[in-house]
Design a protein. Structure first.
Length: 132
């Protein structure tokens, strides 16, 4: 007896991801949140160029790297790994369907955690007396 395993369909705001992948960037904007929609409608040409560049690089198995942290993630980018610059190096970000509507920079933190060491000589009053 074989069990049929159904793949879980993914939805974004009531629409299937496969349907959203067929849409133009400007048509997709009406399914995004208001802040993302405004950004997409202002920069649709930049986003379309970026998606086209990513698709060609993905087909040629080239590594995709970018400094554009403000690009809104669209469904055509789902499944790609993009190197996003954080000011020091490129962090590889695997795009999943949960990331749609967010920006690339949200997944490549530019600030690292600071670990403070012990105080140096002269930094406290007690260490000044040891100096003499």
């Amino acid at each position: 007896m074989e069990e049929v395993v159904k793949s879980k369909e993914t939805f974004y705001r009531g629409q299937k991801i496969d349907f959203l992948k067929t849409l133009d960037v400007r048509e997709l904007a009406k399914y995004l949140t208001s802040r993302s929609r405004r950004s997409v409608l202002r920069k649709f040409d930049i986003i379309e160029q970026f998606v086209k560049r990513c698709e060609t690089s993905f087909e040629q198995n080239k590594r995709i790297r970018t400094h554009k942290r403000d690009i809104v993630i669209v469904p055509k980018l789902v499944g790609m790994t993009i190197g996003v610059y954080n000011g020091k190096n490129f962090n590889n970000v695997l795009i999943t369907y949960e990331m749609i509507g967010h920006r690339l920079g949200e997944f490549a933190p530019s600030r690292s955690r600071v670990n403070h060491g012990s105080a140096g000589i002269g930094s406290t009053k007690s260490s000044k007396s040891k100096k003499k």
